[in-house]
Design a protein around this ligand. Structure first.
Ligand SMILES: C[S@@+](CC[C@H](N)C(=O)[O-])C[C@H]1O[C@@H](n2cnc3c(N)ncnc32)[C@H](O)[C@@H]1O
Length: 252
């Protein structure tokens, strides 16, 4: 996969693109990561990327010309089978989810556009980008951190990027549920013990325990994720047990 990021602050990506799993994926040639400073595509003597908003008001607005030219320079020069998705990072966009990460991980080329200042000229939104993504209902100063979040979660899904392929499969959200609790050595730490079942060596029982913990954890922390889901027989049983236990507690 090739990923290009349009940003006014390419230095912000240096650490993220060269460290940990992303850095290794880049070194192994599993993902190509580039930053493009769209200020390089300005034509005026002050290299202006933003201007005052028409109609007045505070804050500056990103001009369309440098961003259009920067993106077009890529789409003209990079030959991909399909046109790349051009993703605008934006608090008004579709909320980013694991499902979206999975969808984007199937593309061969992604272009991210990071804003700064108050906003974008609306023509960028309407005529340049194919997607608008938000990482949550809060406002950051720029699109760089949100783009890093999206790129990290997409890149780790690419074949070969995670050493242990199964770990992405059991991750929270990939299964539609939150992940079950995990333990490692020591068996006993300050009087806190690893559940016996995990030490039993009985794989079938361990699998059932994990499925149950995963379901109960989702029920307790993120009941919204279970809405509209058809529960299996075992999940219905676990839910009834849980409700009986919790109603009992409420009445005490
Ligand atoms: C200060 S924000 C602009 C917010 C804009 N005035 C609005 O109300 O929608 C500057 C830039 O940060 C990025 N940004 C801020 N919060 C974000 C979020 N939750 N998700 C994605 N990008 C975000 C976007 O690239 C945005 O253009």
């Amino acid at each position: 996969m090739r990923i290009d990021v349009m940003t006014l602050f390419p230095a912000m990506f240096e650490g993220v693109f060269s460290s940990s799993i992303l850095g290794k994926a880049k070194d192994k040639g599993l993902v190509e990561l580039n930053t493009i400073n769209f200020r390089d595509y300005t034509k005026d003597k002050h290299n202006s990327v933003d201007d005052y908003p028409y109609g007045g008001g505070g804050g500056m607005v990103l001009k369309p010309e440098p961003l259009f030219e920067a993106v077009e320079s890529l789409t003209d020069s990079v030959k991909t089978e399909a046109m790349p998705r051009v993703i605008l990072m934006c608090p008004q966009g579709e909320k980013f989810t694991q499902k979206k990460a999975e969808e984007l991980s199937k593309e061969s080329h992604l272009i991210f556009v990071c804003g700064h200042y108050e906003g974008y000229d609306e023509r960028i939104r309407e005529f340049l980008v194919t997607d608008e993504l938000s990482i949550g209902d809060y406002v950051l100063t720029g699109g760089e951190l949100p783009a890093m979040v999206v790129i990290d979660s997409v890149a780790r899904l690419l074949p070969g990027v995670l050493g242990n392929e199964t770990s992405a499969v059991t991750d929270s959200f990939s299964t539609g549920l939150l992940e079950y609790p995990q333990y490692t050595r020591p068996v006993s730490f300050r009087g806190m013990d690893v559940p016996d079942i995990l030490l039993s060596g009985h794989h079938l029982n361990i699998e059932t325990w994990r499925r149950k913990q995963s379901f109960l954890r989702t029920l307790e922390r993120r009941p919204d994720m279970l809405e509209g889901l058809e529960l299996s027989k075992e999940q219905m049983k676990w839910k009834q047990e849980w409700l009986a236990q919790h109603n009992g507690r409420d009445e005490q």
